[in-house]
Write a protein that binds this ligand. Structure first.
Ligand SMILES: NC(=O)c1ccc[n+]([C@@H]2O[C@H](COP(=O)([O-])OP(=O)(O)OC[C@H]3O[C@@H](n4cnc5c(N)ncnc54)[C@H](O)[C@@H]3O)[C@@H](O)[C@H]2O)c1
Length: 404
């Protein structure tokens, strides 16, 4: 034992409260030439506060939504405010909060409250709050520090590991945005324990997507570990979140702007985004992506690219996650098809008006098309036919009829 270790141990006995021991685990995320530390733990609010104070920001601006404010963010804010100048900004829940009007409103309020270049924005919430706070942090003074404290599974295991910060336009999701690297990501898994089942399942849909596209080694774990009731312990969440972040890292390390190989993470999103927007906030993001993956698998199957075994793997994993393969109530095929034409991957490849660029798989971990931009042009009529056959109860009805 070195003299330093000895001194530290003696200090622990004499003054146990004076020295801080962080109980969180540390991962480093790399985005080409940039990196961002992730600290993960459970029941570790003290550590989260400690890590925030280490930033020595001139002021802390906690951005959250109403639900998360009530459950977690107000408490966290009080703790920060006891140590440093801080403000709490509470937005409405839901996708409609992701608007440029809201970004401008927040920025104006923060400037009125005295934020300067040494200030830090702390996003406490799900992917919506992460994107709203992220874009605000990217634009204020042309970029100030952003810390993510994710409280949904999607945010903790997926969206925080992306530099994309965007808001929606009425014409489509995430059409207005930029890239901004967070200063750090602080995860208390215990915050996720208050998530409704639907939100936990939504996050697991993104985990399934990452396993099918880039982290096939996680498929057996999902086959065994998925729970339709989505009641995961903190220890299970630790494995799930770490696996999610590492899956993203595999590709993000070499494609930080997600314009090349990392487009694969948009798997299921072409149809998924259209369904999510058509449902107007009534369906969680990941669930919409899950429905989008079913359509993508069926399209690839019909084109002879994906085997029936692998199409069924999609259905099996998503069903084990409690997903029902049906368009959400009130969402028509026509509405989804109209929004699909506004997909934000338009322009990557030149498509005719009756085509859409999709990510398709030739097998788990094998995207179709060029490796540096895995997009395939698909006829809209084929997409529509697969939605009708597999998301409107048509497939189930056919199955029932064949049993008669
Ligand atoms: N930047 C990216 O690369 C990226 C990746 C994936 C998703 N996203 C975006 O993220 C958004 C979806 O994120 P989301 O699913 O986290 O949605 P969300 O932020 O809307 O959260 C879902 C709901 O859960 C509630 N909630 C959050 N934490 C909670 C908790 N701990 N307990 C109880 N309720 C809680 C919220 O109030 C909200 O009502 C979409 O807008 C999507 O575009 C971005």
């Amino acid at each position: 034992m070195s003299w330093w270790d000895l001194m530290v141990d003696v200090l622990d006995v004499v003054m146990p409260l004076k020295r801080w021991k962080c109980s969180m685990r540390n991962l480093q995320l790399r985005f080409e030439n940039e990196c961002c530390p992730v600290w993960i733990g459970a029941r570790c609010v003290d550590d989260v506060i400690f890590k925030l104070c280490e930033l020595d920001a001139s002021s802390y601006h906690v951005v959250t939504d109403k639900t998360v404010s009530r459950l977690h963010a107000s408490g966290l804010f009080e703790r920060i405010a006891a140590k440093a100048p801080a403000r709490l900004w509470v937005a409405d829940d839901g996708e409609s909060t992701k608007s440029i009007g809201m970004v401008e409103h927040l920025a104006q309020e923060m400037v009125r409250a005295g934020i300067d270049r040494r200030g830090a924005i702390v996003a406490v919430g799900g992917g919506v709050i992460g994107n709203l706070a992220g874009l605000t942090a990217a634009l204020l003074f042309r970029g100030i520090r952003l810390v993510h404290v994710p409280t949904t599974l999607i945010a903790a295991a997926d969206s925080v590991a992306s530099l994309k910060q965007a808001v929606n336009l009425p014409q489509g999701k995430n059409l207005l945005g930029c890239f901004h690297t967070p200063t750090s990501i602080l995860i208390d898994l215990n915050f996720l324990q208050t998530l409704p089942v639907a939100q936990m399942r939504s996050g697991m849909c993104e985990m399934i997507k990452n396993a099918l596209t880039v982290a096939t080694e996680n498929i057996p774990l999902l086959e065994d570990g998925l729970k339709p009731a989505a009641n995961y312990s903190n220890a299970e969440l630790m494995s799930i979140v770490e696996a999610g972040l590492l899956a993203k890292q595999k590709i993000m390390v070499g494609d930080k702007c997600e314009r090349g190989q990392a487009i694969v993470f948009e798997y299921g999103h072409t149809v998924g985004h259209a369904i999510e927007l058509a449902a107007n906030g009534r369906v969680p993001h990941g669930e919409a992506v899950g429905l989008g993956m079913i359509v993508a698998a069926e399209v690839a199957g019909r084109l002879g690219r994906l085997s029936e075994v692998d199409v069924q793997l999609h259905h099996r994993l998503l069903k084990r996650n409690g997903l029902t393969a049906l368009l959400p109530p009130g969402v028509t095929v026509a509405a989804a098809m109209a929004l699909l034409r506004m997909d934000n991957k338009r322009g990557y490849v030149s498509a005719s008006p009756d085509q859409v660029a999709m990510i398709l798989l030739a097998g788990p971990g094998i995207p179709c098309g060029p490796a540096d931009r895995p997009l395939t042009l698909v006829d809209l009529s084929l997409v529509q036919s697969c939605i009708e056959a597999h998301l409107t109860g048509g497939a189930n009805v056919a199955l029932e009829e064949s049993r008669l």
